[in-house]
Design a protein around this ligand. Sequence first.
Ligand code: FEO
Length: 396
Amino acid sequence: MKQITKDVFSVGVIDWNMRNFHGNTFITKNGVTYNSYLINDKEPALIDVVHKGFEDEFIKNILEIISPEKIKHVILNHLEPDHSGAIEYMAKVLKNAKFYGTAKLKEGLLKYYDLNIEINVVKTGDKINLGNNTLTFVEVPMVHWPDSMITYCPEKKILFSNDAFGQHIATNKTFTDEIGQDILWQEVAKYYANILWPLGTMIEKSVNNLLTMNLPIDFVAPSHGLVWRNNINKVIEKYLSWTKNEVKNKVVVVYETMWGSTQIMAREIVRALTNNNIEVKMFDIAKTDFAEVAYEMLEAKAFVIGSSTHDNEMLAYIAGYMHFLKGMKPKNRIAVSFGSFGWAGGAVKEIATNLSSFGIEVIDQISAKFKPNKEEIEKCYQAGEKLSKALLEHCY
Ligand code: FEO
């Protein structure tokens, strides 16, 4: 049994083996949790249900505290199936409960599932009384879907934040301060980069809206990972920084190579960056999951993207990554494109055109025929020098 504070329990489930969260878009090497919280008051309330397939474990967790038939209120903060998937089963078990969610949640839930329950539509400021505690709702559209809301319990000073401030870490610990802080903050950033990055404008609005409410908060209980009882201000500040696309002097080099020439070019660009003491991460995208690269890009000012040319175009894995990158809507970045070709080029310009269309300023494009010769290697080094100079001059 995991207790958050008096009468409040974490009753969700741990998906130790989840590696491809929402259809391979997010490789979750540390697993996932689907959190649900039970407030054991005169009228017990459940915040969110869990992913389909975990119903038995979920019921066992609830039974450690009360019989599910005693639950009077079920708050559905978010429609996405990782939080609602068990609802068809749970609706039959939670025989005496009223269900609550936003209008958008109601619309989606009744489309997703075969349900014979009434969804009580709530909006920002609506409250329900549980006896000793109350729950109040705040709509947070696009954090992470249009239906999203968060739930606040003033008596316990708990913000049930759903997707916001989550982390994909499978663990049987309860609080964020109970695990290694390096892995915690890495997974907080990776979660933001892969789930929330494109939605920054809406997230900034919602977070600022919350801050203006001046809610006393002792706990932030997200729907994934661990509960915050420390560093609450720090994680909120991190989110606000990411929503503004604040960056540092860091370069992420991502490439795909056919016969090794593009890789030689990548290494030479990295050599120049290293000699200028610029932080660099380099990935062969054919050997790396996209989620890892997105995490590294979250605070990087510059992207260096390369591909060999094949049939006048960039290679397939890097093309897939460019598609992924476009979706993340990165702002406030500069870039270099590079790559080798045989008898005709195409990839370098194609990458540069793509990056420009995303609003990224491309400051250099470097090509090499077959295998880069001395002059072409020097051009790569100079591209790294130019990038270093651009970064160091502005000192991001
Ligand atoms: Fe964890 Fe948007 O679902």
